[in-house]
Design a binder for this molecule. Structure first.
Ligand code: SAM
Length: 303
């Protein structure tokens, strides 16, 4: 967004109240990022603006950026944010809520199971409960070490925007052919690759990941890219109400969508802006989509 930020200027083609907003934000023709609480930020935006809302909210674990509250209070806050997201969602749009477990006294509570009724109550339909599997994390001693989180993909209608081709992955057996029937001898799979399924494996952003910043809980840009490419078209608006260091906005910008995000911690917003500047100048390091997972058993880790 470097060089194109207009402080509190009107958003081109936006038609929103952002022009009047007193919230500190950076606006460009590629979107808006703001240091703001998500409720007032969303309140300044018009209905049905976003084709995709993708986020990872705090898990109420007492991380540096959150105050741990009672579960009821946490859920009441999530309910308000979800309600606003649904108002902002385009009729053919999608909401993707990426969460893990709330943990108390070694008891785990999968947050998506708590949020499920809140999304249903808004009339949304669950399309996939994607398992995001990753290799690194705490080693538990009294239970199995947690190595997945989920992304719940919700839509407003049946006719949602959906593109499979841009997110196909290489087939396991690309030369496999029909061995009987009218198509005998022809390729049995799609030459463009296969559906990536609802189990996704991406390294989580730990210390040696190229995207690592000071944020303790970034999600990888490649995870959001897959959602952006399959659930939006070029020029659509994508929003993250818990923006962190801007991974969603980066994925949106990379693929010619307009990226919007808000975040309460000023330092994270500044890092998000610096990452967007680096993207524009071609110096941002991201892990490319489709890069194989490092495998120490293979020469050069399989890369
Ligand atoms: C799990 S992190 C999201 C990280 C993000 N996915 C990324 O890749 O950088 C949740 C973020 O929400 C922010 N946050 C918490 N409450 C907020 C609120 N009310 N409005 C906006 N942001 C908030 C936190 O400061 C934290 O950075």
């Amino acid at each position: 967004m470097r060089g194109k930020i207009r402080s509190n200027g009107a958003l081109r083609g936006g038609g929103s109240d952002l022009a009047q907003m007193s919230l500190p934000c950076c606006k460009s023709e590629r979107g808006v990022i703001a240091c703001a609480d998500n409720i007032p930020f969303m309140g300044s935006l018009p209905d049905a603006m976003f084709k995709l809302i993708v986020t990872s909210p705090p898990y109420n674990l007492g991380k540096p950026y959150e105050e741990r509250s009672g579960l009821d209070e946490y859920l009441a806050t999530q309910e308000r944010v979800i309600e606003e997201c649904v108002r902002l969602l385009h009729p053919r749009g999608s909401i993707c809520w990426q969460v893990g477990n709330y943990v108390e006294n070694s008891e785990i509570v999968p947050i998506d199971t708590l949020l499920y009724p809140l999304f249903r109550a808004q009339g949304l339909k669950l399309r996939n409960r994607i398992i995001w599997h990753f290799g690194h994390g705490l080693h538990c001693t009294k239970r199995l070490s947690g190595r997945y989180e989920t992304i719940n993909w919700w839509t407003k209608c049946e006719d949602y925007t959906w593109h499979l081709d841009p997110i196909r992955v290489p087939s396991k057996y690309p030369n496999k052919r029909h061995f009987k029937g009218p198509n005998i001898g022809k390729l049995s799979g799609n030459p463009k690759g296969k559906n990536p399924s609802d189990v996704w494996e991406f390294p989580n952003v730990k210390s040696n990941h190229p995207e690592k910043t000071i944020h303790p809980c970034q999600f990888p840009v490649e995870l959001v890219e897959r959602l952006v490419l399959s659930l939006t078209d070029e020029g659509d608006c994508v929003f993250d109400p818990y923006m962190g260091v801007g991974s969603t906005v980066i994925a949106a910008t990379m693929h010619k969508r307009l990226g919007y995000g808000c975040e309460i911690v000023q330092e994270y917003v500044e890092i998000a802006q610096a990452r967007l500047n680096a993207l524009e100048s071609g110096t941002l390091r991201t892990r490319p989509m489709g890069k194989p997972i490092y495998d120490p058993g293979l020469p050069r880790g399989g890369h």
